[in-house]
Design a binder for this molecule. Structure first.
Ligand code: ADP
Ligand code: ZN
Ligand code: ZN
Length: 739
C-alpha cells in the first residue's frame, strides 16, 4: 500500500484578493516543505489566482474530495514573515476588511500578479585599487562624479545598478567618467557586503538639550516597543532628531521605515537623508512606476536598502530587519486611507512596532487629539521640542480684521503693504488659500443662475486659463459659457476667490516680481512641483502662492511673511474634526515663516477676529487650544473619548442607500449593545456626489471591544441583506471625516 494513503491530507489555507471574509482551502503539494507567507497560484472559478498561504491545516470544513490542488508555489522562501502576517491579520480584523484584500494591498502590482520576486539587475560596480586611493577633491569641477566617488569610498562595497539609480536617475552618465579614469569597474556580486553593515555613522549637527533628550529616550528603547510623540514646533529640529536616531539604528545593522503624509514631501526629505547618509534610500509612493516600486519593495524585503521612505501604502512593505518606524506629521489626515481599505497608517504603524518589539516615533508640530490623549493615558511618551533650533525665532501671529476695509480681489490694503515691505527687503512672501481654480462660483448678474454640477450638490469651479468649468468632487467639466445659459442675456460674474485669481491680482500689483503658484492644477505635470520648489529655494521667486500643498513640511529659508488670505472659510463646518484641522493648518502654514535667521510674521485676514478658536490659538498657542478641544470632546463623548464606525452607502437610486442602512439598523436592534449608540441613517453632508446619493450610519461606542464584537457579527449578516444588491457600501473604522 503506498505510504501516502495513510498520511494525513495537508490543506493550504489561502488568502485570495476577493472581497470575501473567509480563506480558501486547497490540497497541498506533497513532500514540499514550505511555510506561510509564500505566494501560491491556485485555480479559482474559471481562471487561476495568486494568493498567499496563511495556514497549513490537517482538515477542512470542505469535503476533501471537493478540494482542488494548488497550481504552483510561486516563492521560496516566503516574502512575508510570520510577524508580517500577524500584522495583516490584525489589520483585517480591526478594520473588518477581508484578509485577502488586505494581504494583496501589501504587494506591489507585479508581485500581486505572480511575477518572480527577483531584483531586476545583476550588474555591480566597485572601486578599483586606484579608485580606493583617489582623492575626490580632484573632481571639484564635476560635483556629481565627486559625490559618486565619495559614495563608493564610504560604502566600501560594490553597488548595483538599481542602487545607483536610486542615487541618481542619470547615474550612467556620471559613472562613465569614473570608469574612464579607471577608478571604477564592473564587479561581481562576491565583492559586495551587506549595505547596512558597510555603513559608517555620519556626523550630525550638535543637538540642543531638548533634541538630545529625545534622541536618548528613543535610542534607549531600541529593541523594545514604545511609542514616542515628538511634539516639536515647526523648525525645532525634528528631522535632525530623526536622522540621528536613524544613524543609531543603521549602525546596529537594522532598517528604518520613514512615513510622510504626502508624496510631495518625499523628494525634499530624501534629499536631506541623502546628504546625511551615503546609503541608497528606497522610495515608495504613488508617483513611481510599478517597476520602481517593486524594486524598492524587494530591496527592503531582502535587506539591501536600509531606509524606506514613503507614503502610507509603504507601511506594509516587509523588512528583513526593521529597527525603527518614524511617522512624520502624524496629525495629517492623509495617513488615513479614504477609500477601499480604510486603514490609519499611524495606528497600524504603532501595532507593527508592538508586534516587532521596536520603537515607533510620531512627530508633529500640531499633534492629533488622539495622540495627545494617548500621552495623557501614558500610552505614548511625549518628547517636547518647544523652541526653534539654531537661531530661528518663532513667528509673530496676527489677526487682520478686514471688516469695512477695502479689499481688492481678496487682498486688503494692509496686506498688500506688508507684501510690498517684505519684497523690498528681498525676502519672500507666502500666501495661502485653500481653494484652487479662479473662482468657486459663476453666477449670472441679471437672473441669478449659478453654474452647478449636474451630478453633485456643488457649484462648478471656474478655471480661467483653460476656460473650463470643473466640479472638484467628480470628474465633470465643460467649456466656460460665454453667456448665461438661462436668460441668454445676462453677464456672468465670477464670485469668490481661488488661487488662480489671486495669482492674477498679484501679477497685476507686482508686475516686476515673480509669483509662483503651487496647487494641484499648476503641478500636474510630472516633475513640475520639484522644479517650482527648486526655483523657490534658489531665490527665483518673490511670492509663493498656494493651497495646503504649501502647508506641509516645506522649508523655505527666505520666507518671512506668511498670509492666510481667508481663515474664516474654515471656521464653519458640521464635522467635529474641522476645528482641529483648521488649527493644524494655521499653525503649519505659520511655521513656514522665518525658518532661518530672519524673523517671520504671520497675517490672517478675518472678519471674525473675536472667534474663540482663532483667539485661543493665537494668544495661547496650539496646546492650550488642543486642551479646549479635548475638553469639549470629553463632554460630548466624541473621539478619542469614544470610538466611531461609519457605514456609508450610495446608489444611483435615491432610496436604496437609506433602505439598506435601515435594514442594517433592524439587524442591530436584536443585539445587546449597552454602550453603543446608533446614529442615523442620515444623508451625507454632500448628499449627491458623482450622480449618486450618499447616506451614512454612524455607530459610536464608549467600548471599543463592544463595537468590534458587534461588527464581527454584523459583517457576515450584511453580506446577506437583500437591499445590499442595490448599493455600494463601505465601512470606515475610526473615520477622520464624516463626509
Ligand atoms: P522640523 O523638522 O522640526 O521642522 P528641521 O529639522 O527641519 O525642523 O530643522 C529646522 C532647521 O534647523 C534646519 O535648517 C536644521 O538644519 C536646523 N537645525 C536643527 N537642529 C539644529 C541644531 N541642533 N543646531 C543648529 N541648527 C539646527
Ligand atoms: Zn442669466
Ligand atoms: Zn460633480
Amino acid at each position: 500500500m503506498p505510504a501516502s494513503l495513510n498520511a494525513p491530507t495537508r490543506i493550504f489555507r489561502v488568502a485570495l484578493p476577493v472581497p470575501v471574509f473567509s480563506l480558501f482551502d486547497y490540497l497541498a503539494v506533497d513532500n514540499v516543505s514550505t511555510c506561510p507567507g509564500i505566494r501560491i497560484e491556485v485555480p479559482f472559478g474559471k481562471a487561476n489566482k495568486i494568493g498567499v498561504l496563511i495556514e497549513i491545516a490537517d482538515e477542512s470544513t470542505v469535503a476533501v474530495e471537493k478540494l482542488k490542488p494548488i497550481v504552483r508555489l510561486v516563492d521560496d522562501p516566503p516574502l512575508l514573515s510570520a510577524t508580517d502576517l500577524a500584522l495583516l491579520q490584525w489589520v483585517s480584523r480591526y478594520y473588518h476588511h477581508p484578509l485577502g484584500m488586505v494581504v494583496s494591498s501589501a504587494f506591489p502590482a507585479g508581485l500581486r500578479q505572480g511575477k518572480a520576486a527577483v531584483l531586476p539587475t545583476k550588474k555591480y560596480y566597485a572601486l578599483t585599487e586606484s579608485g580606493k586611493q583617489a582623492n575626490s577633491s580632484e573632481l571639484k569641477r564635476a560635483p556629481r562624479q565627486q559625490s559618486l566617488l565619495e559614495l563608493f569610498q564610504q560604502q566600501a562595497t560594490a553597488l548595483s545598478e538599481t542602487e545607483l539609480s536610486l542615487w541618481h536617475s542619470q547615474w550612467r552618465i556620471t559613472i562613465k567618467g569614473l570608469i574612464q579614469r579607471q577608478w571604477l569597474e564592473l564587479a561581481t556580486v562576491a565583492t559586495r557586503t551587506s549595505l547596512a553593515t558597510a555603513y559608517g555613522k555620519p556626523v550630525g549637527l550638535l543637538c540642543n538639550p531638548d533634541q538630545q533628550a529625545a534622541i536618548t529616550a528613543v535610542g534607549g528603547q531600541l529593541g523594545k516597543f514604545g511609542v514616542f510623540l515628538l511634539d516639536g514646533v515647526t523648525g525645532s529640529g525634528k528631522t535632525e532628531v530623526y536622522m540621528q536616531l536613524i544613524a543609531e539604528v543603521l549602525a546596529q545593522g537594522l532598517q528604518v521605515l520613514v512615513l510622510v503624509p504626502e508624496i510631495t514631501l518625499t523628494p525634499q526629505l530624501a534629499d536631506r537623508f541623502r546628504q546625511r547618509f551615503t546609503i541608497p534610500i528606497a522610495l515608495s509612493h504613488s508617483g513611481l512606476t510599478d517597476t520602481q516600486r517593486q524594486t524598492a519593495w524587494l530591496q527592503v524585503q531582502q535587506g539591501e536598502a536600509a531606509i524606506l521612505l514613503g507614503t502610507r501604502s509603504a507601511l506594509f512593505t516587509p523588512f528583513k530587519q526593521l529597527g525603527l518606524i518614524i511617522l512624520d506629521e502624524e496629525h495629517d489626515a492623509s495617513f488615513k486611507q479614504q477609500e477601499g481599505f480604510r486603514f490609519s497608517a499611524r495606528d497600524v504603524a504603532v501595532m507593527r512596532g508592538k508586534l516587532l518589539d521596536i520603537p515607533v516615533l510620531l512627530g508633529s508640530a500640531t499633534p492629533s487629539m488622539e495622540s495627545l490623549y494617548n500621552v495623557t493615558q501614558k500610552r505614548y511618551q511625549r518628547l517636547a521640542l518647544p523652541n526653534r533650533a539654531g537661531s530661528a525665532i518663532p513667528p509673530v501671529l496676527q489677526l487682520l480684521d478686514i471688516r469695512n476695509k477695502r479689499v481688492t480681489e481678496g487682498l486688503s490694503d494692509a496686506l498688500l503693504t506688508e507684501i510690498k515691505t517684505t519684497l523690498a527687503k528681498s525676502e519672500q512672501a507666502l500666501l495661502f488659500l485653500n481653494r484652487r481654480g479662479f473662482a468657486p462660483t459663476l453666477i449670472c448678474h441679471s437672473c441669478g443662475w449659478v453654474a452647478r454640477c449636474q451630478r453633485c450638490d456643488a457649484n462648478l469651479v471656474m478655471h480661467q486659463r483653460e476656460q473650463r468649468l470643473r466640479c472638484h468632487h467628480c470628474a465633470s467639466e465643460q467649456a466656460l459659457p460665454r453667456q448665461c445659459p438661462a436668460c441668454k442675456t445676462g453677464e456672468l460674474t465670477a464670485l469668490g476667490l481661488g488661487t488662480e485669481r489671486i495669482e492674477q491680482v498679484l501679477n497685476a500689483h507686482f508686475p516686476d516680481k515673480t509669483v509662483i503658484r503651487l496647487d494641484r492644477d499648476s503641478t500636474q505635470r510630472k516633475g513640475s512641483l520639484e522644479e517650482y520648489l527648486e526655483q523657490i529655494h534658489a531665490g527665483h521667486a518673490d511670492i509663493i502662492l498656494g493651497t495646503q500643498m504649501l502647508a506641509k513640511g516645506h522649508h523655505f529659508a527666505n520666507v518671512t511673511l506668511v498670509a492666510i488670505i481667508d481663515v474664516d472659510s474654515g471656521l464653519f463646518s458640521i464635522d467635529f474634526h474641522a476645528t482641529e484641522k483648521l488649527a493644524q493648518l494655521v499653525v503649519q502654514v505659520s511655521g513656514r515663516a522665518g525658518r532661518a535667521d530672519k524673523p517671520g510674521k504671520v497675517i490672517m485676514q478675518t472678519r471674525r477676529p473675536e472667534h474663540p478658536l482663532l483667539t485661543t490659538l493665537i494668544n495661547e498657542g496650539y496646546h492650550r487650544f488642543a486642551q479646549t478641544v479635548l475638553d469639549e470632546r470629553k463632554t460630548a463623548l466624541l473621539p478619542p473619548f469614544s470610538y466611531q464606525v461609519l457605514l456609508r452607502a450610495y446608489a444611483i437610486d435615491e432610496n436604496a442607500p437609506a433602505n439598506f442602512l435601515n435594514a442594517v439598523v433592524d439587524l442591530l436592534k436584536n443585539k445587546t449593545i449597552p454602550h453603543t449608540q446608533i446614529l442615523g441613517p442620515v444623508s451625507a453632508p454632500m448628499a449627491k456626489r458623482g450622480g449618486r446619493y450618499h447616506y451614512q450610519l454612524l455607530l459610536q461606542s464608549t467600548r471599543r471591544q463592544e463595537l468590534h464584537v458587534l461588527l464581527d457579527e454584523l459583517m457576515p449578516q450584511l453580506e446577506k441583506l437583500k437591499t445590499k444588491q442595490k448599493v455600494r457600501w463601505s465601512l470606515d473604522v475610526d473615520p477622520v471625516d464624516l463626509y
